[in-house]
Design a binder for this molecule. Structure first.
Ligand code: SF4
Length: 562
């Protein structure tokens, strides 16, 4: 199977070009669903296609934030090649087979993460059966699996950044400027049993300024995939370029908020500050959700972050005793509190099962994580994933467990390596405990983000910079009715299980009432009972095992007649 397979690092100078060049007809696809079920292809009910519900709010029942995110990598490739190209996202096997039979594709590219390797193998088999003349390309994190070329029947396996590789494959200029496609950041958002309406402009646009992260933490797949320590790939080098892209997205999608999909956006201070200059000059009152490490956040004053429109920040807390350079000397609890006091929602991320963890100290480490009282908290098992320095180290030490299915290597189940002090079964118990404890102590994330918004609004409602004032006022105006009503329902739902959390929610509801206009004051009496009803109905559905799947999406570009 591997005789003719070519393995490419994405920056390989010598790429065997496709004979048809930009006239080749291309299909780019994600792996097939359904995803939230246990099956022989590696779907796992514990690992649904819902980022937040999967690894952040999964213990929060009907209060869990549920939404789907597109496969941005293949969308970006599609927007940056001149060949006729179809993107098929979240297909079923039937959809995939139908598309293969309906058009004669010269190239079929599959993008996948490691857990889905069995699906990639099955899709390669289907391509050989239904479209035998197609060249099969495979990209994404799945390519980091050692010996992948023997596990799947592909023609080319491409590691790393895919846009420039694909351009070279088709004989195009690999260094041409990147065209950013319009990407709506989330879809089918659901919380408290209600699916939120999908109006144009209501959801943030996703922007991808760079991929990779130079910090090179030993467990980090993204950093490793795009070159590791000291490396990253910038799609937009300067703040000016980024401003133009955001302005373009604003026009196309009618958005003012952006989900910045960059592993460490704030690390590039010069770019961020130039972006701020442009935003100020153009009076842009944009908001941004960003990922950043503690050392990068500390390069900015709170004022700068607020002026930049940072309203949500995903930060790795890992562990108080972790030796990662990004955390050197950072008092993450103080930093989290300060960010929240300035109206910036914080999503912490903590690792369970680091080398120094033992059954004796892990509970106090979890308590420490929970005490950050972040708006959201991700917990992940320490997981040596192929391609990372940690995987290399564990393999050399002979500590990788050989009988773990790749479908279970996602950090939300059990260890895939031999830990010095914690058993495999206990790793899951501690992970589940962390999610449960965070929810028990801090309450639903929806309550927490409402609290942070109110803190920001109180602080900045009279701020001299109109852009900042406007941003908080607009958000408060748009959301206070909803939050007040949701808090009304939450307060009553929690009265059944925990008076202490219910009281805190009630206090916040009262505060919203004092700070809001007449409509927002009246609204909970009407909308609150409805939300309580939908919440309780959703709880029953979830208890019966209800799961959610993303819709199948198909988009054609450079396609005659499309
Ligand atoms: S700082 Fe975050 S994104 Fe960067 S390498 Fe570490 S874990 Fe990965």
């Amino acid at each position: 199977m591997d005789n003719s397979t070519r393995l490419y690092p994405s920056d390989s100078a010598e790429v065997e070009k496709h004979p048809k060049g930009i006239t080749a007809r291309i299909l780019l696809t994600s792996v097939f669903g359904p995803y939230a079920q246990d099956d022989e292809f590696g779907s796992r009910s514990i690992n649904p296609m819902e980022l937040y519900h999967n690894q952040v709010t999964r213990a929060q029942g009907s209060f869990s934030l549920r939404m789907f995110h597109r496969s941005w990598g293949i969308m970006l490739i599609q927007a940056n090649i001149s060949a006729p190209c179809t993107v098929l996202d979240f297909p079923t096997q039937k959809d995939f087979a139908r598309e293969l039979k309906a058009h004669e594709y010269d190239v079929v590219g599959i993008s996948s993460i490691i857990v889905n390797v069995a699906k990639v193998a099955e899709m390669c088999r289907m391509i050989r059966q239904f479209s035998p003349n197609s060249k099969i390309l495979v990209g994404g994190h799945v390519t980091a699996i050692p010996g992948i070329e023997k596990m799947i029947d592909a023609d080319c396996i491409v590691r790393g950044e895919g846009v420039s590789w694909m351009r070279r494959y088709l004989g195009e200029d690999a260094s041409a400027p990147i065209q950013h496609p319009p990407i709506v950041s989330g879809m089918r958002t659901r919380i408290m049993g209600v699916r939120l309406p999908e109006r144009k402009g209501a959801t943030a646009a996703t922007i991808i300024p760079s991929v990779g992260c130079p910090m090179g933490c030993n467990f980090c797949t993204t950093s490793a995939f795009f070159g590791g320590k000291g490396k990253f790939v910038n799609f937009f080098e300067s703040g000016d370029e980024l401003f133009e892209v955001m302005q373009n997205m604003e026009d196309q999608l009618k958005v003012h908020s952006f989900f910045v999909m960059d592993e460490n956006f704030l690390l590039h201070r010069e770019r961020a500050m130039r972006l701020l200059d442009r935003m100020k000059a153009a009076q842009k009152s944009w908001t941004m959700s960003v990922f950043a490490s503690a050392n990068a956040i500390r390069k900015y004053t709170m004022q700068e972050l607020v002026e930049l429109g940072v309203s949500w920040l995903w930060m790795g807390l890992e562990s108080p005793r972790a030796g990662y350079s990004k955390l050197n000397g950072a008092d993450t609890r103080k930093l989290t509190r300060e960010l929240r006091e300035h109206g910036i929602r914080v999503q912490g991320s903590t690792i369970i099962g680091l080398e120094h963890h033992t059954p004796e100290n892990i509970v106090s480490e979890i308590e420490h994580a929970v005490s950050h009282d972040t708006d959201f908290h991700q917990f992940m098992l320490y997981t040596p994933v192929p391609g990372t320095p940690l995987y290399q180290q564990m393999s050399e030490e002979g500590r990788m467990l050989s009988d773990v299915d790749y479908a279970d290597v996602h950090g939300q189940f059990k260890f895939n390596f031999r830990h010095a002090a914690i058993s495999r079964d206990d790793s899951k118990r501690f992970l589940d405990f962390a999610f449960w404890r965070d929810f028990q102590v801090n309450g639903p994330s929806l309550y927490r983000i409402a609290r942070t918004l109110l803190a920001g609004w109180k602080r900045y409602r009279d701020w001299p910079d109109t852009r900042v004032r406007q941003r908080f006022a607009e958000e408060m105006h748009r959301l206070s009715c909803i939050y007040s009503s949701a808090l009304w329902a939450m307060e009553r739902q929690f009265r059944r299980v925990d008076d202490r959390v219910s009281d805190r929610i009630g206090e916040l509801r009262e505060e919203f009432k004092r700070e809001s206009g007449v409509v927002s004051r009246m609204m909970p009496a009407v909308l609150g009972p409805v939300l309580l009803l939908t919440t309780r109905r959703e709880e029953k559905r979830l208890t019966r095992g209800k799961t959610y799947e993303p819709p199948t999406l198909l988009e054609r570009r450079n396609w005659a007649g499309a």
